[in-house]
Design a protein around this ligand. Sequence first.
Ligand code: ADP
Ligand code: MG
Length: 474
Amino acid sequence: MMNSCQMVWANCLHIIKKNVPPQSYQTWFEPIRPMRLEGSVLTVAVPNKLFYEWLEEHFVQVLRVSIHQVLGEKGQLRYCIMNGNGAAHSPVEEKPLSEKASEGSGIPGWVDVDKIKDPRIIPGIRRDRVDPNLNPNYTFEHFIEGDCNRLARNAGIAVAKKPGGTAFNPLFIFGAVGLGKTHLAQAIGNEIVQRYPDKLVLYLSAEEFTNQIIQVIKKNEINTLVHFYQSLDVLIIDDIQFLSGKQKTQEIFFFLFNQLHQSGRQIVLTSDRAPNDLEGIEDRLISRFRWGLSADLQAPDLETRMAILGTKFERAGVAVGSEVLEYICYNVKDNVRDLEGIMVNLLAQSTLMRREVDLELAKSVIRNFIKLPTRGITLEAIQGVVAEHFNVPIESLSKESRKRNFVVPRHVAIYLCKQLTNLPLKAIGKAFGGRDHSTIIYSCRTVQDMMDTDPAFRVAIEELEKKIKLSLGG
Ligand code: ADP
Ligand code: MG
C-alpha cells in the first residue's frame, strides 16, 4: 500500500506528467523518489546535487505548481541526495525548492517599493540592500575559453576589471540558445562584486525588467524605479530581445540607458541576435547597443566541447574515460546546455543503476536525449500537448480526416501554434500536413469564434495555452 508521502508525490507526478514533454518526464522525474511528508513539507530524494540544480533551473515552475495544487499554498518541496547505492535511505544533504522564480513579477535586487515611501532616503538605504541576483556558479573560472567565445570572454574580463572604464560600454553579447550568454553575463557581475564590493551590481532578465515596468506603471511609481536604477554601478540585462514590441518598456529603458551611460556606469546586455538583426526594437536603442562592443558566441568546436564537458565531470568529482567524453561531444554539437543535461542525466543513471559511467551507458542516455525537443515552444511540442489533451493520436492533427473529434483538436493546435510562435503561416501549414495559409487562417478564426461564443471552450483554450507556456516555454 502506498503511504501518504508516496501518494502525495504520485499526485504531483500526475500533474507534472501532463505539463512536461514525455521525454523530459522520463529523464528528470522518474528517477525522483519520495522520502517523507512532514506537515505540508514533502521531501524527495534525487540522484545527485547536479540533478537537483537542473530541476531547479529548468522545472521549478511546474514543480511549484504541482506541490501547491496537491499540498495547498503552504506546500513545500525539499530535496535530499540519494546515498551511493541509490536506495535513498539516508539523505545526505537537504535543500528546499528555491523560492526565487516563484513570482513572474518578482523584482530582483529591489527593496519593496511599498516599504519606502520617501524617495529622498532611497539611495542611502538601498546602497546596502541591493541583491545582485547572481548565480555564484557562473564565474569566468568555470567558463571555458575556446575560439568560439574568446572575444566575448576577454571583453567580459576587461569590463569586469574596469566597469564603466573601457570602450566596451555597453558590452553586447549575442548568440544562439545554450551557448553561454547568461553564464558570461553573470560571470561579469560576479567578478565585479568580488573585486569591488562597494559597487552596486544588478543582473536581471529583460522579462523581469519588463514586469517591473508594468508594476511601477500600475502603482504610479516610475520615479522610484528610475531612482533605483540610477543608483546602480553596473546593470546587466539578459535576453534584451524580449523588449521587442514593448514600446513603453523600451522608452523607459532608453532613458535609463542614457542616464547610466552618461555617468560612466557599466551596461552589459545579451541577446539572441546581433543588434542589427533585432526586430521590434527602436532604432535609437539599436544604435546605442552598437556604441560599445558587440561580441558573439559561436557553437564550440569539438575540442572546446570536450574541454567544457571534461571540466564539468571533474567538478562533479567523476572520472570518465576519454572515449565517453569524445562520444558525447561528437554527438552533441551545438548547444552547451544539452551537453550539461546529458552529463547530469548520465550521473543520475549511473547512481540509479549502480554502474560506472561507461560508453554503453552514455549511448543509451544520448539516444534519449537527442530526441528531446530543444527548450522553447516548437510546433511539434504544441501538437504533442494538444493531442494529449484531446486524447487523439498526434498524427491525426496533420491528416485530412474530417471526423469531428479530430477536426476540433486540429483547429485548436493550429490556433495555438499561431498564438504561441512567431512562425509564418506557411511554416505552420507545413507542420500540419502541408495545409496552405488560408486554411491556417480559417482554423484560427474558427477557434476564435468558438471562444467568443462558448465561455467554457475559451477557458479550456486559455488553460491549454498556459499549460504549454508553463511546460515548454523559457
Ligand atoms: P544561453 O544564456 O546562451 O542560452 P547559458 O549561459 O544558459 O546559455 O549556458 C547554458 C549552459 O552551458 C550553462 O550551464 C553554462 O554554464 C554552460 N556553458 C556555456 N558555455 C560554456 C563554457 N564556455 N564553459 C563552461 N560552461 C559553459
Ligand atoms: Mg540565457
